[in-house]
Write a protein that binds this ligand. Structure first.
Ligand SMILES: [Zn+2]
Length: 288
C-alpha cells in the first residue's frame, strides 16, 4: 500500500514550506484528538486525488470501516492509528487544512477529501496548493520512510545530542535545526524565532558554536515551541486548527517577518537575509 509513498515522504525531509510547523501540527493534533478518537470512519470520498503525489487508488476503501484509536504526531506529520494497527499518515504541506465540519455545510472549492464519522460529523481535507500528503501503512514502514530525527520537545533533543551534530557539519546552525533528519518539526519560522531567543545568528556556521551557545539553543528551541503551542500556533497564511480556528503566535514574533522593525530588546532594525529562496531574520546587535 505504501509502494508509491517513498518519493513524497522524501521531499518533506528538508523542511520545505513556511507553515505548518510543529506547533501548528500539534495544535491540529490536539483538536482532532478530541473528536476523532473512538470514532468509526463510515465513508470516505476523494474528490481530488492529485495531491503532491496522487492518493493511492484504494485509499478511500482502505480507510473506510475502521475506528480511530489515537491521533499522534511525529515532526510535522500527523499519525492517526486505526484499530487494525495501520497508520494514517498526514502531512498538511503548505496550505492543508483538516477541519471538522457540519455535514450540512456546503463543500468548499478545495475540499479534496471528505470523511464521514460515526457521530455524523465530517472531517474535510482542504488544500489550495495540493502540497499535502495522505497515505496508509504499517507503523514500522512509515517510521523508516520518514527517517525523522529526534522530537525537539523530548529529552532526546539534548545539549549532548545537538553538540555532537554541530561538530560534524559545515552547514549553518539554522540549516541544522531545519534538517528534519536531525530535529523533527522545526521549520523557518521557529528556527528564526528560537535563534533570536538564543542570541545566535541564523547564518552562523554550526561548527563555530561554543558549548554554552548550544545549551542556549536547546533551551530556546523547547521554550519557543512550547510557547507557540500554548498560543495554538501561528496563522500567517492558510493555517487553521482542526476546529477551523487560527493561531495567535504570529503576534508574538520577535524577528520572523519583522525586517526593518525595531528589535524589542535593543531597538536596532531587524535584518533580513535571503539564501536559497528562504529568508532569515535577526537582530544584528542581540545575535552573534
Ligand atoms: Zn536586538
Amino acid at each position: 500500500m505504501l509502494c508509491h509513498c517513498k518519493a513524497i515522504v522524501t521531499r518533506y525531509k528538508r523542511g520545505e514550506g513556511a507553515v505548518p510547523e510543529l506547533p501548528e501540527v500539534e495544535t491540529v493534533r490536539r483538536s482532532l484528538e478530541r473528536v476523532l478518537v473512538g470514532q468509526h470512519i463510515v465513508a470516505v470520498t476523494v474528490r481530488e486525488p492529485r495531491l503532491r503525489t496522487p492518493l493511492a487508488p484504494d485509499f478511500a476503501a482502505a480507510l473506510t470501516g475502521h475506528t480511530v484509536q489515537l491521533v499522534g504526531r511525529r515532526g510535522k506529520y500527523l499519525t492517526v492509528r486505526l484499530h487494525n494497527g495501520l497508520i494514517w499518515l498526514i502531512h498538511l504541506g503548505m496550505t492543508g487544512q483538516l477541519i471538522i465540519r457540519d455535514p450540512q455545510e456546503p463543500l468548499r472549492t478545495h475540499d479534496h477529501i471528505v470523511i464521514v464519522l460515526g457521530n455524523g460529523q465530517c472531517l474535510r481535507y482542504n488544500d489550495t496548493r495540493r502540497f499535502g500528503l495522505m497515505a496508509l501503512g504499517e507503523e514500522a514502514e512509515i517510521e523508516t520512510l520518514m527517517a525523522l530525527g529526534v522530537e525537539p520537545l523530548s529529552p532526546a533533543f539534548s545539549v549532548r545530542y545537538l553538540w555532537q551534530k554541530v561538530q560534524q557539519t559545515r552547514r549553518t546552525i539554522k540549516d541544522v535545526l531545519m534538517d528534519q533528519r536531525i530535529v523533527a518539526g522545526v521549520g523557518n519560522i521557529y528556527a528564526n524565532e528560537l535563534l533570536f531567543r538564543a542570541g545566535v545568528r541564523p547564518g552562523r556556521k554550526a561548527a563555530t558554536l561554543q558549548h554554552h551557545e548550544v545549551e542556549r539553543i536547546v533551551r530556546a528551541t523547547k521554550a519557543v515551541l512550547q510557547a507557540a503551542i500554548k498560543h495554538r500556533g501561528s496563522s500567517i497564511s492558510d493555517y487553521l486548527d482542526g476546529e477551523g480556528q487560527p493561531g495567535s503566535f504570529q503576534t508574538r514574533f520577535r524577528v520572523y517577518d519583522q525586517a526593518g522593525k525595531p528589535c524589542r530588546s535593543c531597538a536596532s532594525p531587524i535584518q533580513r537575509e535571503t539564501r536559497g529562496g528562504r529568508s532569515s531574520f535577526f537582530c544584528p546587535v542581540c545575535q552573534v
